[in-house]
Design a protein around this ligand. Structure first.
Ligand code: ATP
Ligand code: MG
Length: 287
């Protein structure tokens, strides 16, 4: 059993034991617009306080286990993603710092992988990370972080008075910020397919050159939102539940994504270690 698997078992066992984060409000400047709006008076904004002990208990990476095997496995997972994002990988393309964590079917481990990858990237020296709950159908990352009452991605798409800076929430890890999904909307596919979404994606990609943006996505085979969202992504990490998701389903799911996208694959919940199961060298599907 791999260390990831052991941690996931612990995570499942402890899932009901406590919240991993609490939201508090304090006066501060907009996260996104900090530099641009220095003249503005600070306003009350939510801050997501991560409970590191609880996170660790539930199987997530924290700075105190930075030297563990799991941390090393996530290091290997993030390295090619970061290389591509920084334009040093062979497959770097447009908006390569926008990375969608996808899967064919529900429950394959996207949310778990997204948060752990984000925690791992937040420990990097020269990189910041923004995690966006773009599973606007079932926003479980938003719930996990206790942000279900905060505006988010859908609100920016719906309302021209809501800016990106209004929905990006700092955490007490200085290099990690989060964006909740926002209000559930019946036309979320159309919103994600809109020109405004493309503009937002461009802004997220270009504003800070050292920032990685991770999108926790809905499953490709169960929703239309995921393939629409993939359109604006620079890289896609497919999480595949080993021994459960049939190969033809993975192929059908990948076929729903623009064939020019860079796709990496993570075999999750397998017996080997993550590092062995990750197809570390990226391939461009269908190129
Ligand atoms: N490597 C793993 N080993 C054991 N259990 C896992 C592993 N990865 C995920 N799980 C478990 O599978 C369940 C689903 O994980 P997660 O919520 O991350 O999946 P998801 O793909 O985001 O699901 P959804 O499509 O519903 O959003 C969780 O209960 C989690 O504990
Ligand atoms: Mg999820």
């Amino acid at each position: 059993m791999s260390s990831i698997e052991r941690l996931m078992e612990r995570m499942n066992k402890n899932a009901k034991q406590g919240d991993i984060a609490k939201v508090k409000r304090s006066p501060q400047r907009d996260t996104e617009e900090e530099i641009d709006k220095t003249e503005r008076a600070p306003k009350e904004r939510p801050v997501c306080h991560l409970d590191l002990a609880e996170l660790e208990k539930q199987g997530f990476l924290t700075p105190s286990i930075a030297r563990s095997k799991v941390a090393e496995e996530y290091r290997m997972l993030k390295r090619p993603l970061l290389m591509n994002a920084q334009g040093k990988g062979g497959d770097s393309g447009k908006w390569a710092n926008l990375i969608m964590i996808a899967s064919s079917l529900p429950g394959e481990g996207k949310t778990f992988t997204t948060l752990n990858l984000a925690l791992s990237i937040a420990m990097e020296r020269d990189t910041t990370v923004l995690v966006i709950d773009s599973d606007v159908v079932k926003p479980s990352l938003t719930q996990l972080l206790g942000l279900q009452n905060e505006p988010g991605l859908i609100d920016v798409l719906l309302d021209d008075n809501v800016e990106l800076g209004d929905v990006i929430i700092s955490t007490d890890m200085p290099k990690l910020s989060v964006m909740p999904a926002g209000k559930i909307h019946s036309n979320s596919t159309e919103l994600l397919a809109s020109e405004k979404m493309e503009r937002i994606a461009g802004e997220l990609s270009n504003r800070y050159s050292d920032r990685i943006v991770l999108f926790d996505a809905p499953p490709l085979m169960a929703t239309t939102e995921a393939s629409v969202l993939a359109h604006n992504m620079g890289q896609i990490l497919m999480v595949v539940e080993t021994g459960k998701t049939p190969q033809h389903v993975v192929q059908e799911a990948i076929a729903k994504i623009d064939e020019r996208k860079v796709i990496g694959m993570l075999l999750n919940k397998s017996r080997g270690s993550l590092s062995n199961d990750y197809y570390g060298s990226y391939y461009g599907y269908g190129q």
